[in-house]
Design a protein around this ligand. Structure first.
Ligand SMILES: CSC[C@H]1O[C@H](OP(=O)(O)O)[C@H](O)[C@@H]1O
Ligand SMILES: Nc1ncnc2[nH]cnc12
Length: 294
């Protein structure tokens, strides 16, 4: 029988969100990871008695390009701090008329078009394949939607997030193409983050906060940073309110989610026990310790 564990809520703050206010007993802590340097120190605190670990995805001061974020170190470090449920807050472009700037989208699917990033914790000497059929934790997504409803934040449930490598915004031809693929929002960071969260058996959901219409919309100018920033600041204010409401709700979650995010590695490891690379096994002690040492 799986042991119930106290939820610890991880928050990855995206563009515009470099610290969390309202936390108690706050300490910024440098966390080492065998996968390298996380984006910044991690901010540990509590909100209404629930433990929270916050990490600014691009680092404080927004130092890191999307391609330079060490997603593996970030997820490993969050898990080392005990995180069980991970909420990503992200700025995105809207690819649909009905998702204007200011809308929050609790996406349920991703298309990964990034190509210059480490995407797995596993590798030669320990091979694993996890399912990404349903990459978002529905229990966490439900909680986000309830918090948005309570705060009267305009939120849309479900949608496909297209992850591009960046740092450039898309060309008009690309933006039109992504719309024909059925994508709803576009960003540069949620992949491979969501894949790695799944490998690390964390519940993961993202609040995709629309800042612009990318460049496809005939009645809007092509996306530019000055236009994004003004919407971003308003979105970020709403996101802070959302977190304050959401964390105590998530703190009451009992036991693992029904979807099984916290057992994602149950049938994923392929490499025979005697063929495993001991150094890689050691490196994976936090991410996959549950299945490696049981
Ligand atoms: C500031 S607009 C472009 C930038 O914002 C998004 O990042 P994040 O998901 O961390 O909010 C987008 O993916 C780009 O990295
Ligand atoms: N239009 C866009 N494309 C990619 N990432 C974004 N982040 C915010 N807006 C974006």
């Amino acid at each position: 029988m799986s042991k119930a564990r106290e939820p610890v809520i991880g928050i990855i703050g995206g563009s515009g969100l470099y610290q969390m206010d309202g936390l108690k007993d706050v300490t910024w802590k440098k966390v080492s990871s065998p996968f390298g340097e996380p984006s910044d120190e991690l901010c540990l605190g509590t909100l209404d008695g629930t433990r929270v670990v916050f990490l600014p995805r691009h680092g404080r001061g927004h130092r890191l390009l999307p391609s330079d974020i060490n997603f593996r170190a970030n997820i490993d470090a969050l898990k080392r701090c005990g995180v069980t449920d991970l909420l990503s807050l992200s700025a995105v472009g809207g690819l649909r008329e009905e998702l204007p700037p200011g809308t929050f989208v609790v996406v349920d699917q991703f298309i990964d078009r990034t190509f210059a990033r480490e995407k797995s914790f596993f590798g030669t000497g320990l091979v694993a394949h996890v399912s990404m059929a349903n990459p978002v934790c529905s229990r966490l997504g439900d909680a986000v939607m309830s918090a948005c409803e309570a705060l009267k934040v305009s939120a849309h449930r479900g949608g496909t997030y297209l992850a591009i490598e960046g740092p450039h915004f898309s060309s008009l031809a690309e933006s039109r193409l992504y719309r024909t693929w059925g994508c709803d929002v576009i960003g540069m960071t949620n992949m491979p983050e969501a894949k790695l969260a799944r490998e690390a058996e964390l519940c993961y959901a993202t609040v995709a906060m629309v800042t612009d219409f990318d460049c496809w919309h005939p009645e809007h100018d092509a996306v530019s940073m000055d236009q994004i920033v003004s919407v971003l600041l308003r979105n970020v204010d709403k996101a802070r309110g959302l977190v304050k409401h959401l964390v105590p709700m998530m703190g009451k979650h009992e036991g693992p989610c029904r979807q099984g995010c916290q057992r994602a590695l149950d049938h994923a490891l392929v490499t025979a026990t005697d063929a495993r690379d001991p150094a890689l096994v050691e490196k994976l002690s936090t991410v996959a310790g549950r299945v490696l040492y049981s």
